[in-house]
Design a protein around this ligand. Structure first.
Ligand code: SF4
Ligand code: SF4
Length: 406
């Protein structure tokens, strides 16, 4: 901590305010918010500790805490705060702040803070993509819907591979950027051999498996009365799971088609890739529709009360992409194609590519940051537990018993 003074950022609160509204200057550190948060585990003390980091300008410590990514933003802490310090809003702002902070391209910052940049860049991108597809495509066949005579399959194929590779690379670099900084701040753990290291790494994966799959902790996030009064099928957990698993299903269906399907060939509805895409689209459509509706009506908890433009944009883009995908599918199975089918297909492909291209710069990028943060902390606790066990075998039971550095 010798150069702590150099790492204090006196403007941290101001910087965080670009990504949300909160009043943590009112906080007198009573700890009530931590007491009411159902997600706080032994050894943790968020959101109070996050507030202290923000107040003191300790950006490195804030960056390394897993608390920012553990919170599901139910707003319980904000409701219970006697000083209206809105700690939940700070947690949300901190997540946006670090989505921006870890992005080496700085495009996330522009997406979050400049609506004009977001609209202009996505519109220009759509026009360029449309032009390229039309320039490389062929004729419109009117007797049947020949999508890959209208559009060059090769061009779409290689463009798709390039876009996915670029986005995957960027997300890996950003995640590596985060991991590097988090590990730099976490206390050092005792050295172990490769076998133990692999074992700890696998066990840490197991520790975060629930969070990455069924997210049962979400159910502990009660939220306000407006959220509690909603039926289970409108709960944030169900919406989140629908969008997450549906999106993964759509990605899987597209990948399957890219690898196995003969370009432009007719396949029945029960063909694996087609079936997976058709089924996976349903939860995506459901999750995005409900999320948009709840956000518009400010219902369903704190996280739906204030939505930033880039979050709206991402949800609408996902919704329209899914709808146009279904319309294209219906057009394919109609006995006669129509010019409308070609237009909808063109829009669908352009939006799908845009959607993938903006993933690293939107709220969606938490799909990579959250697991990385939770994994690094789970690994740290495992390794730290091993160090303690080696010295005081009877003093420590489970890793969660050990005070977290965060
Ligand atoms: S945010 Fe509110 S509840 Fe939490 S420590 Fe500060 S004053 Fe107490
Ligand atoms: S918003 Fe909910 S989950 Fe997040 S810190 Fe507050 S009480 Fe905990």
């Amino acid at each position: 901590m010798d150069d702590l003074g150099a790492r204090i950022n006196l403007k941290l609160i101001e910087e965080l305010r670009q990504y949300g509204e909160f009043n943590v200057q009112n906080c007198f550190s009573c700890g009530h918010c931590t007491a009411v948060c159902n997600l706080v585990q032994p050894g943790e003390s968020f959101p109070r500790r996050v507030i202290r980091y923000a107040q003191l300008g300790l950006r490195d410590q804030l960056a390394a805490t897993k608390a920012v990514w553990s919170c599901y933003y139910c707003g319980d802490c904000t409701l219970s705060c006697p000083r209206q310090a809105t700690p939940g809003q700070l947690m949300e702002a901190a997540r946006r702040y670090f989505i921006v902070h870890w992005d080496i391209t700085t495009l996330s910052r522009r997406f979050y803070t400049s609506p004009r940049f977001m609209w202009v860049s996505t519109t220009v991108m759509a026009v360029i993509l449309g032009f390229l597809f039309l320039a490389t495509g062929g004729d419109v066949v009117s007797k049947r819907l020949a999508l890959f005579e209208f559009m060059s399959y090769d061009f779409l194929h290689y463009l798709g591979i390039a876009v996915i590779a670029l986005v995957a690379l960027l997300m890996m670099i950003n995640a590596g950027n985060m991991a590097f900084h988090v590990m730099r701040v976490l206390p050092k753990t005792p050295a172990t051999g490769p076998i133990l290291w692999i074992r700890d790494a696998l066990l840490a994966c197991k520790d975060i498996l629930d969070d990455m799959t069924i997210q049962s902790r979400f159910s502990k996030c009660r939220g306000n009365e407006s959220e509690a009064s909603l039926p289970w099928y409108l709960s944030r957990r169900v919406i989140h799971l629908c969008i997450m698993w549906g999106f993964l299903g759509l990605l899987g269906a597209t990948t399957f088609d890219f690898i196995f399907k003969e370009p432009g060939s007719y396949v029945p509805l029960y063909y694996p890739g087609r079936l997976l895409g058709t089924v996976a689209g349903i939860p995506v459509l459901y999750g995005t529709s409900v999320s948009l509706w709840l956000r518009k009506n400010h219902r369903g908890g704190a996280s739906f009360e204030r939505t930033m433009l880039s979050d709206w944009f991402f949800l609408w883009l996902l919704w329209v992409t899914t709808i146009t995908g279904y319309i294209t599918e219906v057009a394919v199975y109609l006995p006669r194609g129509s010019i409308l089918g070609y237009g909808i297909f063109l829009i669908h492909v352009i939006l799908a590519i845009e959607l993938i291209l903006i993933l690293p710069f939107t709220k969606f990028s938490h799909v990579i940051y959250r697991p990385v943060a939770l994994y690094l902390h789970a690994l740290h606790l495992r390794r730290r537990a091993r160090g303690y066990e080696a010295r005081v075998p009877l003093a420590v039971g489970r890793p969660s018993d050990i005070p977290s550095s965060a």
